[in-house]
Design a protein around this ligand. Structure first.
Ligand code: 5GP
Length: 219
C-alpha cells in the first residue's frame, strides 16, 4: 500500500463541539467504532456520573479538589466551567497518542476547542461544529434523553444559543438533519484532513525516491 511507503505521521486532534442534544455523542460513538486509528480523549469532570457512565470510560469523575489539583499540577491541556461543573482534558494521553500517529477525538465545548486551537498543539487541530436542524428538534432530543431534570434541560436550552454562536470559530460546520449522513460527513472530513500534505512528512522522501527511480530509468 502506498500509505506504508509514505511513512508515519503525527496524529491529529479532532475536536467535535455542539450544543448538548445535537447528536454529537452518537456521532462520536459511530466514528470511534469505524476508525481503529482514532482514540477518544476521556475528559475529567466534577459533574456526577449519569446512569450507565463508567469512571475512566466516558469521564474521569473527580471532586472539585481533585480537579483543582490536576490544574495546579499542569496535567490538563485545557479546562473550562460548563453548566456549573469543571471539565478538562488530561494532556499526557493526548501527547502519547499523537506521537504514535494516533488521531484523538475530543467531545468538548467551544471554550475547550478554543484553548486547544491556541495551544502548542494547534497545527494538529481540526475542529468540527455540529448544529441542530432547529431549536425545536434540539429541545425534543434533550427531552427524549430523560437523563437530566427539567431544570437542567431548561438551563441547557438557554445555553445552547450561546454555544451555537461560536460556530464560526470552527474549521467545519455541519447541520445534523440525518444522523447517518452527518456521521458520514464527519468521517469524510477526518479522511481528508489525514491526507493533508503537511501531515505527511514521509511524502518528501517518497517523491525523492520517485525521482531517483526516474533518474535510474533514464540513465
Ligand atoms: P456533558 O455533561 O453533557 O457530558 O457535557 C457537557 C458539555 O461539556 C458538553 O458540551 C461537552 O462537550 C463539554 N465537555 C466535555 N468534556 C470537556 C472537556 O474536557 N473540556 C471542555 N472544555 N468541555 C468539555
Amino acid at each position: 500500500m502506498v500509505e506504508d511507503l509514505i511513512g508515519s505521521r503525527r496524529g491529529l486532534l479532532f475536536i467535535l463541539s455542539s450544543p448538548s442534544g445535537a447528536g454529537k455523542s452518537t456521532i462520536s460513538r459511530s466514528l470511534l467504532a469505524d476508525e481503529p486509528n482514532l482514540t477518544f480523549s476521556v475528559s475529567a469532570t466534577t459533574r456526577a456520573p449519569r446512569p450507565n457512565e463508567q469512571d475512566g470510560r466516558e469521564y474521569f469523575f473527580k471532586t472539585r479538589a481533585e480537579f483543582e489539583a490536576m490544574i495546579e499540577a499542569g496535567e490538563l491541556l485545557e479546562h473550562a466551567e460548563v453548566f456549573g461543573n469543571l471539565y478538562g482534558t488530561p494532556i499526557s494521553p493526548v501527547e502519547a497518542a499523537i506521537a504514535n500517529g494516533q488521531d484523538v477525538l475530543f467531545d468538548i465545548d467551544w471554550q475547550g476547542g478554543q484553548q486547544i486551537a491556541n495551544s502548542t498543539l494547534q497545527d494538529a487541530v481540526v475542529s468540527v461544529f455540529i448544529l441542530p436542524p432547529s431549536l425545536a428538534e434540539l429541545e425534543k432530543r434533550l427531552k427524549s434523553r430523560a437523563q437530566d431534570s427539567d431544570d437542567i434541560i431548561a438551563g441547557r436550552m438557554a445555553k445552547s444559543m450561546g454555544e451555537i454562536n461560536h460556530w464560526s470559530e470552527y474549521d467545519y460546520v455541519l447541520v445534523n438533519r440525518d444522523l447517518d449522513e452527518c456521521a458520514a460527513e464527519v468521517t469524510d472530513i477526518l479522511q481528508a484532513e489525514r491526507l493533508r500534505r503537511r501531515r505527511r512528512p514521509g511524502l518528501v522522501e517518497f517523491v525523492q525516491k520517485l525521482n531517483r527511480e526516474f533518474e535510474g530509468s533514464t540513465s
